[in-house]
Design a protein around this ligand. Structure first.
Ligand SMILES: [Zn+2]
Length: 259
């Protein structure tokens, strides 16, 4: 086991709900991306937010699917969530995890305990959106039809309305400058895939469409912290995922290797 730290890359911006986002009550299954409701309410303020684990879990599950399809990545781990068995991938040794495209970004819990290189903060309402939804959340009733008894079972669904925006922040720990560019491109690609997928369940009913807009992407090698060097801005103005990928390609590794 060997772990170094060359610095951090900080990615900030806004997640915009393009359609309603379902608000749920529990954090159960957030980590593995198998959850129904991607938004929960803060226990004290009552404000809806997207838990970092919800976003991270969804990105992981999409990236696992991609590698399962292309490279035969194994879903070797089963967990039970609310009575459902969910399969996922977890490397079973530290050394494997360190070279696994999934585990080295998202971590592997359990026996290996390889810590994730990314930390995804909880995405809270932007100030503008806090005002926007002050008038109340979008509550509607839906009928779910029991497939066997054909009994209709109305339930209340609470959502944050389309147009709501949340501030997101992802911090990437650089422990291997040679894997940095590949990791960031994979992370950004998973975010791109999520834009055409859905955050949380009910995607088939049109919930959960989101769009990312980056406001700041900054590389902070160790000399920023210990020698007053300036952080390096990778984008000059607010941009979409593609713009960040372009900014990272062929440049990002060098910034950390040189330090
Ligand atoms: Zn792995």
């Amino acid at each position: 086991m060997d772990r170094k730290l060359y610095g951090k890359v900080i990615l900030k911006g806004i997640i915009r709900a393009e359609t309603g986002l379902h608000i749920g009550a529990s954090k159960e299954s957030l980590e593995i991306g198998g959850l129904d409701a991607p938004v929960i309410k803060h226990p004290v303020s009552g404000e809806p937010y997207i838990p970092g684990s919800s976003l991270k879990g969804k990105l992981r599950s999409l990236f696992e699917m991609k590698l399962h399809t292309d490279e035969g990545l194994e879903f070797n781990h089963k967990i039970s969530v609310g009575g459902n068995i969910i399969r996922m991938h977890v490397c079973d040794s530290y050394e494997k995890a360190q070279n696994c495209k999934v585990c080295r970004i998202f971590g592997s819990s359990g026996d290996t305990n390889f810590p994730a290189r990314i930390k995804v903060r909880d995405a809270e309402l932007t100030d503008a959106s806090r005002k926007f939804i002050e008038d109340g959340l979008d509550i509607k009733f839906e009928n779910s039809l029991d497939r066997i008894t054909a009994a209709s079972n109305p339930r209340q669904i609470e959502r944050v309305p389309a147009g709501t925006e949340f501030d997101f922040e992802i911090i990437y720990n650089v422990d291997d400058p040679d894997q940095l560019e590949e990791d960031l491109i994979n992370l950004l690609s998973a975010m791109e895939l999520l834009e055409d997928d859905a955050l949380g369940g009910h995607g088939s009913r049109g919930y959960g469409r989101v769009k990312f807009q980056f406001s700041e992407v900054v590389a902070k090698p160790m000399d920023v912290y210990f020698e007053d060097a300036e952080p390096q801005k990778l984008i000059e103005k607010s941009g979409e995922i593609k713009a960040v990928k372009e900014a990272v390609k062929g440049k990002i590794g060098q910034i950390f290797r040189a330090s």
